[in-house]
Every structure is written in structure tokens, then in C-alpha cells.
Write a protein that binds this ligand. Structure first.
Ligand code: FES
Ligand code: FES
Length: 167
């Protein structure tokens, strides 16, 4: 069946199998490999993306369920001149990653945390990211990165608008 969605500002329509997960659609059909798959069973958060303003584990959603949606992956966070999103910048500056496998999902989930709470406490960040696992146990610096990103203002809790994303 056909599914249409806007992915990182680009409208696309694809023929997909009804059982195709959004995570696999993004990786294998759209070629957006930053959306990692760590478990395929809603446990790790590595596949987190933003769908219509909400963070979603994309291994939990069928591609056809995102029909008509605005989907943002990590690749869609970078500005037109290559500038990083405030959360990406903070992860780099605070060394909020080790192997980096969980990082795309962590960054997307962190944006959701900051959208709900622009100035979260240590505990609130940890609670907000509890669905995202870092196997390197790098949580301390991840929390620090989210709190650092919060200092950059409301943009930290937002994904770029479709028209701002380079197609
Ligand atoms: S791959 Fe989706 S939660 Fe782990
Ligand atoms: S940085 Fe290695 S799993 Fe998170």
C-alpha cells in the first residue's frame, strides 16, 4: 500500500508492505540510518524520532500509521548551513556519548523532554529519558548535556520546521 509522509521537510510517497515498521521505513526506504534499531521491541529507545511533535519509538509504529505525518529524524535537526541543533551541540560539548549508538534516540528523546519542561532538574531528565538505554552507562554526561541544552532557550525543545529543513 502507499504511504505519504513528510520526512525531514521532504514530502514522499512510497509503496510499503502494511507490516513495515516506521523504523525500517526510515532506514531502509528513506535511507536515514541515524535511526538505530537496538531491540525492535520498544525497550531501548535507539529508534526514537519525532512524529507530529511527539517523540515516538519508531519500532513501535507501522509506517502506514505515520501516513500524513511530519516525521523528523536526527538527520533533520541540522540547520541549512550545517549548524547543529542545540541538543546536538550540548551532547558534543558535555561529552554526552561514548559509543554513540544510543545517541540519535537520546537526542530526539531529549528534545521531547525539553519540549515538555524547558528547565528540567536532574531527576526530571532521568525520568524523561527512562525509555532510552545507554549500554555504556553514560547517563551522567547525558543528563548534563540535556540541562546544558536547556540553557539555550526554547529552540532546544523544538525540531526545525519543515520549510527550514534542507530538502
Ligand atoms: S529499537 Fe525501538 S525501542 Fe529499541
Ligand atoms: S553511548 Fe553507547 S549506548 Fe549510549
Amino acid at each position: 500500500m502507499q504511504v505519504s509522509m513528510t520526512v525531514n521537510g521532504r514530502q514522499r510517497t512510497d509503496d510499503v508492505e502494511p507490516r513495515l515498521l516506521l523504523a525500517h521505513h526510515l532506514r531502509d526506504v528513506c535511507g536515514l540510518k541515524a535511526t538505530n534499531i537496538g531491540c525492535d521491541s520498544t525497550s531501548c529507545g535507539a529508534c526514537t524520532v519525532v512524529v507530529d511533535g511527539l517523540t515516538v519509538k519508531s519500532c513501535t509504529v507501522l509506517a502506514v500509521q505515520a501516513d500524513g505525518a511530519q516525521v523528523t529524524t536526527l538527520e533533520g535537526l541540522t540547520g541549512p548551513d550545517g549548524e547543529m541543533h542545540p541538543v546536538q551541540r550540548a551532547f558534543r560539548e558535555e561529552h554526552g556519548l561514548q559509543c554513540g549508538f544510543c545517541t540519535p534516540g537520546m537526542v530526539m528523546a531529549a528534545i521531547g523532554v525539553l519540549a515538555d519542561n524547558p528547565d528540567p532538574s536532574d531527576r526530571e531528565v532521568r525520568e524523561g529519558l527512562e525509555g532510552n538505554l545507554c549500554r555504556c552507562t553514560g547517563y551522567h554526561n547525558i543528563v548534563r548535556a540535556v540541562q546544558a541544552a536547556a540553557k539555550s532557550g526554547p529552540a532546544a525543545g523544538q525540531v526545525p520546521q519543515a520549510q527550514e529543513v534542507e530538502a
